[in-house]
Design a protein around this ligand. Structure first.
Ligand SMILES: [Zn+2]
Length: 72
């Protein structure tokens, strides 16, 4: 999930891989190629997260942030 909302007037969301408008056939991707890329990315990402805790996106990390982080 990425914040790439560019205020599209249509309901067509940009391809999460390359950012091009998705097609009806391959949505939410623009092509089957991007769909496969996303699949591989998801699998590799899930594998990484499941295997190793890579990333500060954990409950403990969030508690640390709440400990005192001024918002600028
Ligand atoms: Zn694409």
């Amino acid at each position: 999930m990425e914040d790439r909302k560019q205020g599209e007037p249509r309901q067509v969301r940009p391809c999460p891989i390359c950012g091009r408008p998705a097609t009806l056939e391959d949505r939410p991707f623009c092509s089957k190629r991007c769909a496969e890329i996303d699949l591989h990315r998801w699998l590799s990402g899930a594998y990484t997260i499941a295997g190793r805790a890579a990333g500060p996106q954990t409950d403990e990390a969030r508690e640390d942030e709440d400990d005192g982080r001024p918002e600028e």
